[in-house]
Design a protein around this ligand. Structure first.
Ligand code: SF4
Ligand code: SF4
Length: 264
């Protein structure tokens, strides 16, 4: 697949986002006084897949092991910058106000970070002319042309893996142990920003992580709950956007996160 791309500076990719952040980026984001959320999903992992299963290897690298009842699972925790409307860093002229230190995902957009998701211009915020009138090669035979973008994608994947222990420690510190089933959505937490910042700073400094021993699946589908219980997982049925103690709990479809911006 060959794709050309030139950014038109329209700024669309810097609006209405759930922007995935690395742990250091989340700390910076919170210190600037902006909002973040935690998106949680878990993959049933009854046995280790073969080493040559590359999709499983990708999931393993960015998740931590845990259990739900007697079912082994792997938990994926994503810290996201959450905002409706313009990004708090976006200036009126549609330039990024923190361009030199903008998150990795902003530097990579519109390329894909996940190696198993092909780039589809129709699913990006960019206007048609950013693709149809472009002269700069972005993909050739499916491979990223720009060495710098390729290096940023590799850095993003490596950081995602390196952050796993800190995210496990973060969940433990915040008492988070409810999770959605992978591919069904995410359980979303909106912790108090100062508590989250403090927990993140401690989690980042932790030498060894402490992992919640038992997680509970929550789903708004009774069939999912029944299927999970049939394999001895702990699962309960909840309606969407339910408030639970101090947490804001809800479900987002998968496609909500992963959109980001990179306009200069
Ligand atoms: S590039 Fe990223 S940090 Fe900068 S304004 Fe856009 S979304 Fe915000
Ligand atoms: S990367 Fe962002 S600013 Fe550039 S064309 Fe795409 S949506 Fe517009």
């Amino acid at each position: 697949m060959d794709i050309d791309f030139d950014c038109t500076m329209c700024g669309k990719c810097c609006h209405n986002l759930r922007l995935p952040l690395t742990v250091p980026e989340a700390i910076t984001w919170l210190r600037r006084g902006h909002q973040t959320q935690l998106f949680l999903e878990a993959i049933p992992w009854p046995e280790e897949p073969p080493e040559d299963n590359l999709i499983a290897a990708h999931k393993r690298r960015r998740s931590f092991p845990a259990s739900s009842g007697s079912l082994p699972i792997r938990v994926v925790a994503v810290i996201v910058a959450a905002f409706d409307g313009p990004c708090p860093n976006l200036k009126e002229d549609m330039r990024c106000g923190v361009y030199g230190s903008r998150p990795l995902v902003c530097r990579i957009y519109p390329a894909e970070i996940n190696p198993f998701i092909p780039l589809n211009p129709e699913q990006k915020a960019c206007p048609p002319e950013a693709w149809t009138q472009a002269t700069t090669p972005l993909l050739r035979q499916g491979n990223i042309v720009d060495a710098q973008i390729a290096a940023l994608i590799a850095e993003s994947r490596n950081t995602d893996a390196a952050d796993v222990d800190a995210k496990a420690a973060l969940c433990e510190a915040l008492g988070i142990a409810s999770v959605a089933l992978s591919n069904e959505g995410f359980v979303v937490y909106t912790p108090d920003p100062s508590a989250l910042l403090s927990a993140l700073e401690s989690a980042q400094a932790a030498i060894t992580s402490v992992r919640p021993q038992s997680w509970q699946f929550v789903s708004n589908r009774s069939a999912t709950v029944d299927a999970l219980r049939s394999v001895d997982a702990v699962a309960s049925e909840r309606s969407a956007w339910e408030t639970e103690s101090a947490e804001f709990l809800g479900f987002f479809p998968d496609e909500v996160i992963g959109n980001s911006g990179s306009n200069a």
